[in-house]
Design a protein around this ligand. Structure first.
Ligand code: AMP
Length: 197
C-alpha cells in the first residue's frame, strides 16, 4: 500500500445547486490539511475547485495547482500560497496531476470532472498507474453514474474485477481512507507504462 502523501481532487468549475457540494469541497480541504496530505487540483479559482483549494490553504495544507496556459489567461488562477504548474495542454495537465498525486477524489462536477475521473480509471485498469479513484457521493450525486457503471459491468463491458475500481464514499474521511488502503484488483496487468499514455 502506497502512502497517501498527496491527493488529487477532480471537481466542478461550478458550485452546483446544492450547498452540500461546496461544504464537501471545504471539508475535503480541511481534512487533507488535518491529515498532513497535500492537495493537487486544477488550479482555477472558480467553483468547487477554488473552494477546496481555499479551504486547504487556510488550514495549512500544501496546495498544488496544474492549469493549462489557455485557462490561466481567461481566469485568474489561484494567487498566494498555491504552487502553480502552468502546462500547455489539457492532456499534459491530467498527466501532471496524476504524476504529483497518490490517489483521486472525485467531487460533484460536469463533463470535465467526469472525463478526468474516467481517464484515471482507464489508466488504473491498464496498469498504467496504481492509484485509487473514489467518488464522494454527496447527497447521492454520483448514484446515477455509479449505476451506469453497474449496468456496463452487467452487460459485459466492464470486467467484474474492474468495477470496484470506481469506489464510492459517503464522507471525506471514508474517501481518504479508501485511497490510503487501495490496492489494484488481483490479476491487474501492466499493459502500458506511464510514458505510453
Ligand atoms: P466541469 O466538471 O465540466 O466543471 O469541469 C471541471 C474542469 O473544468 C476542470 O478540471 C477544468 O478542466 C475545467 N475548467 C473550467 N474552468 C476552469 C478554470 N477557470 N480553471 C481551471 N479549470 C477550469
Amino acid at each position: 500500500m502506497a502512502a497517501l502523501k498527496r491527493v488529487c481532487v477532480f471537481c466542478g468549475s461550478a458550485v452546483g445547486n446544492d450547498p452540500a457540494y461546496a461544504e464537501a469541497a471545504r471539508e475535503l480541504g480541511r481534512e487533507v490539511a488535518r491529515r498532513g496530505i497535500g492537495l493537487v487540483y486544477g488550479g482555477g479559482a472558480v467553483g468547487l475547485m477554488g473552494i477546496a483549494a481555499d479551504a486547504a490553504l487556510a488550514a495549512g495544507a500544501e496546495v498544488i495547482g496544474v492549469i493549462p496556459y489557455g485557462l490561466l489567461k481567461r481566469e485568474v488562477g489561484h494567487g498566494g500560497g498555491v504552487e502553480m504548474h502552468v502546462v500547455d495542454t489539457m492532456h499534459e495537465r491530467k498527466a501532471k496531476m496524476a504524476e504529483l498525486s497518490d490517489g483521486f477524489v472525485v467531487l460533484p462536477g460536469g463533463y470535465g470532472t467526469l472525463e478526468e475521473a474516467v481517464e484515471a480509471l482507464t489508466w488504473a485498469q491498464l496498469g498504467i498507474q496504481r492509484k485509487g479513484v473514489v467518488f464522494l457521493d454527496v447527497d447521492g450525486f454520483w448514484g446515477p453514474f455509479l449505476g451506469a457503471l453497474d449496468h456496463m459491468a452487467g452487460q459485459g463491458f466492464i470486467r467484474p474485477t474492474h468495477r470496484p475500481m470506481a469506489m464510492r464514499a459517503a464522507t471525506v474521511g471514508e474517501a481518504l481512507d479508501a485511497l490510503a488502503g487501495w490496492e489494484p484488483p488481483p490479476g491487474t496487468q501492466v499493459w502500458m507504462r506511464p510514458e505510453q499514455m
